[in-house]
Design a protein around this ligand. Structure first.
Ligand code: ATP
Ligand code: MG
Length: 410
């Protein structure tokens, strides 16, 4: 049980408790999949995934009771989730055997032994179980060896055909862990794509995998590789693009912008980076993007070059700010990603957007009307640019408003 010594305290506490309750209830849980892989790698793991040959619901309920938490059950998958305050989520599943009757479709599921449950999995490194009662490791496919060799390997030649979403999982996991696709596996992936294996998968499922890729820190590399493999062709068709390293660099610049502005929409930005120069609403079929996001994307893809030209031609900040105000925050982030020389003025624009004067229309003591808002805006700009000192804001605004009012009257 030495492996478990290195877990973060919270997870260790959870596993100790699982073991205790399991003994009381005479249940036999195994820790499986992601957490075992991460423990063997010495990486922090968050999820606690358990598999039992029987009594998963008994253990789930007993754990919830002990923790004063609750159980959510997903009967169609024979799985349970135990949720308790200040405790990691614990997933419990009944060991199962799967059979794929039709490529790409969901498999037929029957109850099975732990070994069956490991053999149905995607990669050897995810197919290891740790018996929580006796501490023994079950590794029927040589996963520990592959972890050591840093390889992602499928368990049989039909794996990507049975479930083509595994191609996305393989690319994602390899990049996240800094692993390589084992060479036979890489060959199988290429043939699966060439054989059009993805045609059995809905666009919705492909988008779901794509979003998971975008959530990763290594998103730039993963997206570029998926693109390079042709795994995105079912969504975006075949499009000519620059070479893959250029794409990685472009997406890395986007990641930098996302880190600097966590508020911008990462899915829009990465998709915009992938579709740069050419996008239409059909490209987003199955994504579930709202109209607003789809519009922002079409704008990014189709108008970015023109906006870049306009910015390059702008004479001063006033010109630049006028252009910036017209476009979406995602477009601005993409401009910053692509044009380092624009970053400084974009940063000034963001500051300007946040800049407020403690001055209201009523303070001007001028009859109301549209000229008030214009005067306040001009004043905000003048103070921000340093054209006038802040303590003259009120008199400046008042003068502008009066002048505008006079002009209106004339
Ligand atoms: P993480 O949650 O850190 O991304 P994980 O390995 O836990 O990694 P999950 O998506 O949570 O990944 O899946 C849990 C386990 O279920 C995996 O370790 C794998 O064994 C199995 N699994 C998930 N998806 C598939 C699939 N498409 N085909 C076969 N097995 C799968
Ligand atoms: Mg997981």
């Amino acid at each position: 049980m030495n492996l478990l010594q290195d877990l973060p305290a919270q997870q260790r506490r959870a596993i100790d408790l699982v073991r205790e309750v399991a003994q009381e209830k005479d249940c036999h849980p195994y820790l499986v999949g992601g957490p075992v892989r991460d423990i063997l790698l010495g990486r922090d793991t968050i999820d606690i995934d358990l598999t039992l040959e029987k009594d998963a619901s008994t253990l789930a309920r007993a754990l919830a009771k002990r923790l004063e938490g609750r159980v959510r059950s997903f009967p169609q998958f024979l799985t349970y989730k135990v949720i308790a305050p200040e405790f990691p989520e614990i997933d419990l599943a009944t060991a199962r055997k799967e059979r794929y009757r039709k490529p790409g479709a969901l498999p037929a599921v029957t109850a099975g032994r732990v070994k069956d449950d490991l053999l149905r999995r995607d990669f050897s490194i995810n197919a290891i179980a740790l018996d929580l009662l006796d501490g023994e490791m079950h590794d029927p496919t040589g996963g520990a060896k592959d972890i050591e060799a840093r390889l992602v390997r499928v368990l049989h030649d039909g794996s990507f055909i049975d479930d083509p979403t595994r191609m996305f999982r393989a690319t994602r996991l390899a990049a996240r862990l800094g692993f390589t696709l084992e060479s036979h596996t890489a060959g199988l992936l290429r043939s699966a794509i060439e054989g059009d294996a993805l045609s059995t998968v809905s666009k919705e499922r492909i988008w779901r995998e794509l979003f998971l890729a975008m959530d990763e820190h290594e998103a730039p590399r993963i997206l570029a590789e998926l693109f390079g493999h042709g795994a995105l062709t079912p969504l975006f068709g075949r499009r000519g693009s620059d070479d893959l390293e250029n794409l990685v660099t472009r997406l890395e610049a986007i990641r930098e912008q996302l880190t600097a502005n966590p508020d911008v929409d990462r899915y829009v930005l990465y998709t915009g980076g992938l579709l740069r120069g050419d996008a239409s609403p059909v490209d987003f079929e199955g994504s579930g993007f709202s109209q607003r996001r789809a519009r922002a994307l079409v704008e990014i893809a189709n108008e970015l070059p023109r906006v870049l030209e306009e910015l390059a031609a702008a004479q001063d900040d006033r010109d630049r700010f006028r252009i910036c105000r017209r476009v979406s925050p995602e477009m601005l982030a993409l401009i910053a990603a692509e044009r380092p020389e624009e970053r400084e003025s974009l940063e000034r624009f963001h500051q300007y957007e946040k800049f407020r004067l403690p001055l209201r229309g009523n303070d001007l003591e001028v009859p109301g009307g549209p000229h008030i808002a214009i005067a306040l805006e001009q004043t905000r700009e003048a103070v921000f640019n340093g054209a006038i000192p802040p303590d003259q804001a009120r008199s400046f605004a008042r003068a502008v408003a009066k002048r505008l009012l006079d002009e209106e009257a004339r």
